[in-house]
Write a protein that binds this ligand. Structure first.
Ligand code: ADP
Ligand code: MG
Ligand code: MG
Length: 863
């Protein structure tokens, strides 16, 4: 019985059962009922998907206790008990499993119900609903067959909605439904309520393994082993006239997180009408106008539940003749923007602690929050095709497809997809997971499919009235516009507007709550977060997210612009130091400008600049016309250029002439870069931006390399100081990215001001796997489970990690304060971030848009 459970028991009772129990305990109006546990489900599964005799007996006993409590009984003509049989897994899976309503009705009790309530129409409406749901859920008869009967009769009689159906119409519909049973399954509808009950329980148990439930579990990492509970509950009726109805509310907006109750309502209807997405409900305001007292009560309940659970609630309710009943409450699924706003607001309202607030949002959510939006300027030029309901925010452009299967095929071909459907139905999950957006003609924002879209982070615009879909012809029509399958459509889930074609997007910006949240995360994290950034745009974004500075400027990226490439090529092609002079000077000027700009934006925060790392041949021309052009530009013969290219060609460039090895052959290049760095810093300093340049040397393996370069660069810097008659604090550190460097890190540390691990190269060299060639064999290793993960995706903490630990220990042997960072792209890998945190790393550096995610991860490591 619901009165016996509580909210802690969701593993056994399922989320829905535990919620119903908890609400009962709180004294909220919940129809009586009981829960068949997940343990019973597991027994059912073990028993070859059959309900064992003793379980059925127990259910019957509990039901008869319930009958006594409510003073009604199954099949009784004076006081017939009607019940619903509802699925409910330990983890909420909105709309993925089945539910049957109105069980207990048959040819006799339907008449009795009509007399008892003095409302024959209501009784027969409930009966036709039972036949429909039972037929679909228990016998697997396609929903369409029943829908067609309803459609036909409405057409013949010229009715607009189901509500116009009279008692006689409904009786006829019921007869037709019974024929469908015979035609489709050669079976009759069971008149015995007990038989209805056991068949429904059986079917709801089985729905744990239906296709959409499996897809949902896979997508959300939910175990297939949990099983579902089943709730048996007395019916209350939203379809009992104009003062009855059903709806879904959220205690705050699930799209934006805005405060205040938010929801949808459908008068004279049963719950399935709204959550299954077949009818478009109206905003809650309508309820406020028609039944203000009921509305106020509902708001009070919503508030009470939120205060009790300390979180935003998603509540299903039904009103029967002016009385409210609560049928479900759970923590509401929400968009990433709402997740952040709600967490911040709950902390500020004193409902939860700051630490709890930080734990409420997953790091991935922060990343999703930064998904692009339509460019507002572009949007003004576009014509709005139609406006639906903004069910899941964001910007999506894609090619339209009309079925989940077609969407999947298109996705597999690499296309971006907008799934366009008649109803907002949870069945479409298979298509939704591969789509950028979902657009539907009918259905509300509180339907299960809309809930799922928000959870998946895909855009959804639902209930677009003007939308006509012709699945056969594969076209849609919106007002005058026709779109064929595969044509582009853009959907704005924030405003509900649709546009033809593809609209340009821009990166989302940081709002007030987001920056507050990031500030809290930054305070909680022990490790500092830096960004890998080469441009002021990247740096600005990173600082905005709370980065402490730059952990890696890749200078080679700065050379890939036309003007610079030209100078660099001239440099590489030069035959002696004298010929290198002019291009070096030009490059120094350009790099100085780059660095100066970064320093100005960094405003004194650390900017770590790595000297040239890439193999020289990467910068040389490859095609005939390019070679001809370079030859002309440098006053050389084509033959000379070709010879030089051949000379620079390496068998294995990744392990060849790159990194600090370049500096040994061409010291002028590093000297030039250091000159640029120092002069830029001097300039920034002179303008009042206190700058301490951090110079980083790549690919060091030998203490002697470090010594040699340190000597070279210190001398160069000192010359610059003398010439300019100033001095400046500066640091020279090194990447630690070869196994040898890890092994002798103590010797390297003597000459290094800081270390920074390059995890890609270190992984490459530790395994001896060429990163560019792993496609040939790593998949097989993964298949055969010889490797647990791709080591370039998930840090190998065991092997590579052991080298890293050694290097940290050795590096700090004589200098316990040695700053040690990481500048590989490890932000996406939670195990790597945790590993570095445990091993006392000073900072982590990642791409700018990963900064929020890594910040939160590092904060959560401590909570
Ligand atoms: P789902 O998990 O798909 O939401 P539910 O078990 O919550 O399935 O049932 C769907 C809807 O059916 C509910 O939102 C509710 O409105 C309606 N419903 C379920 N049980 C009852 C009941 N005992 N009385 C009235 N309506 C019910
Ligand atoms: Mg529900
Ligand atoms: Mg490297």
């Amino acid at each position: 019985m619901f009165s016996e459970g509580n909210k802690e028991m969701h593993q056994l009772l399922g989320g829905k059962g535990a919620g119903l129990a908890e609400m009962t305990k709180l004294g909220l109006p919940v129809p009586k009922g009981f829960t068949i546990t997940t343990a019973a489900y597991l027994a059912f599964e073990k028993n070859g998907n059959k309900i064992a005799q003793n379980l059925m007996q127990e259910i019957i006993n509990t039901l008869s206790n319930m009958e006594k409590e409510v003073n009604k009984s199954f099949g009784n003509i004076k006081a017939p008990l009607l019940i619903s049989v509802r699925s409910g897994a330990p983890v909420s899976m909105p709309g993925m499993m089945d539910t049957v309503l109105n069980i207990g009705l048959n040819d006799q009790t339907v008449e009795a119900l009509g007399k008892l309530t003095n409302d024959e129409r209501f009784a027969y409406d409930s009966y036709r609903r039972l036949l429909q749901m039972f037929g679909n859920v228990v016998y697997g008869i396609p929903e369409k067959k029943f829908e067609r009967v309803l459609c036909d009769i409405k057409k013949i009689k010229n009715y607009n909605t189901d509500l116009s159906l009279t008692v006689d119409d409904l009786k006829m519909v019921i007869e037709k439904f019974k024929q469908i049973y015979l035609l489709e399954r050669k079976r009759t509808f069971p008149q015995d309520p007990q038989e209805q009950l056991s068949a429904a329980i059986n079917a709801v148990f089985l729905s744990w393994n239906n296709k959409r439930a499996k897809i949902y579990r896979k997508k959300n990492g939910i175990s297939d082993k949990l099983g579902t509970a089943v709730n048996v509950q007395e019916m209350v009726f939203g379809n009992a006239g104009e003062f009855s109805g059903t709806g879904v509310i959220f205690s705050r907006s699930p799209s934006t997180g805005a405060r205040g109750m938010y929801g949808e309502y459908l008068a004279n209807a049963q719950g399935e009408d709204i959550v299954a997405g077949g009818r478009t409900p109206v905003a809650l305001e309508r309820l406020k106008r028609s039944m203000p007292k009921v509305y106020a009560k509902l708001a009070a309940m919503s508030n009470k539940l939120e205060q009790h659970y300390h979180d935003m609630q998603d509540i299903e309710f039904t009103i029967e003749r002016g009385e409210i009943y609560l049928l479900q409450a759970r923590a509401g699924k929400r968009t990433s923007a709402a997740a952040i706003k709600i967490a911040v607001d709950l902390v500020n309202e004193g409902i939860i602690e700051k630490e709890e607030g930080l734990l409420r949002v997953s790091p991935e959510t922060l990343e999703q929050m930064l998904h692009p939006d339509f460019d507002q300027k572009e949007l003004q030029k576009e014509v709005v095709l139609a406006t639906g309901r903004p069910a899941s925010p964001g910007a999506a452009s894609g090619r339209v497809y009309f079925t989940a299967a077609a969407a999947k095929k298109a996705y597999e071909k690499g296309q971006e997809v907008i799934l366009v459907r008649q109803n907002t139905a949870a069945d479409d999950i298979e298509g939704m997971v591969v789509s950028e957006g979902l657009v539907t003609a009918r259905g509300g924002m509180t339907s299960h499919a809309a809930v799922v879209a928000r959870g998946l982070g895909i855009v959804a615009v639902v209930g677009v009235n003007e939308l006509e879909i012709d699945e056969q012809k594969k076209i849609i029509r919106i007002n005058q516009t026709v779109l064929r399958e595969g044509e582009w459509l853009s959907a704005d889930g924030t405003t509900g507007k649709l546009y033809v074609g593809k609209v340009r997007t821009v990166r989302a910006t940081v709002n007030k709550e987001f920056s507050q949240f990031l500030r809290w995360a930054k305070t909680a994290a022990k490790v500092e977060i830096y960004a890998n950034a080469d441009t002021t745009t990247d740096l600005k974004a990173a600082l905005n997210f709370g980065a402490e500075g730059i952990g890696l400027v890749r200078t080679e990226h700065m050379f890939f612009k036309a003007q610079r490439l030209h100078q660099l090529r001239a440099l590489i092609l030069a035959q002696n130091a004298k010929e290198r002079d002019v291009p070096l000077q030009r490059l120094a000027e350009m790099q100085q400008e780059d660095f100066y700009k970064l320093y100005k934006v960094a405003k004194g925060k650390t900017v770590t600049i790595r000297l040239l790392d890439a193999p020289l041949h990467e910068f040389l021309p490859t095609t005939e016309p390019e070679i001809a052009l370079i030859a002309a530009q440098n006053g050389r013969s084509k033959g000379y250029i070709q010879a030089r290219i051949a000379e620079l060609k390496e068998t294995n460039p990744m392990m060849g002439h790159r990194g600090c090895r370049l500096a040994v052959s061409f010291p002028e290049i590093y000297e030039m870069q250091v000159e640029a760095i120092i002069l830029a810093a001097l300039k920034a300093n002179a303008e009042g931006v206190r700058t301490v340049p951090h110079i980083m040397l790549p690919l060091v393996s030998l203490a002697q390399e470090m010594d040699w370069m340190r000597d070279l660069l210190d001398k160069k810097v000192n010359k610059l100081f003398e010439k300019n008659n100033v001095i400046l604090n500066y640091k020279i550190g090194t990447m630690i990215e070869t196994p040898r460097a890890c092994l002798i890190a103590d010797q390297i540390a003597d000459k290094a001001d800081f270390f920074s691990f390059g995890t890609n190269d270190l992984t490459q060299l530790t395994f001896g796997y060429s990163r560019d060639d792993i496609g040939a064999f790593v998949p097989e290793y993964l298949n055969k489970k010889i490797l647990p993960d791709d080591p370039f995706q998930v840090l190998d903490t065991e092997g590579v990690g052991r080298l890293i630990k050694l290097a940290i220990a050795q590096g700090r042997k004589n200098n316990t304060a040695l700053p040690i960072g990481v500048c590989g792209e490890v932000g996406g890998d939670p195990r790597a971030t945790a590993f570095f945190e445990r091993n006392n790393i000073t900072y982590l550096s990642c791409s700018p848009y990963r900064v929020p995610l890594v910040l939160l991860r590092m904060a959560q490591e401590h909570l």
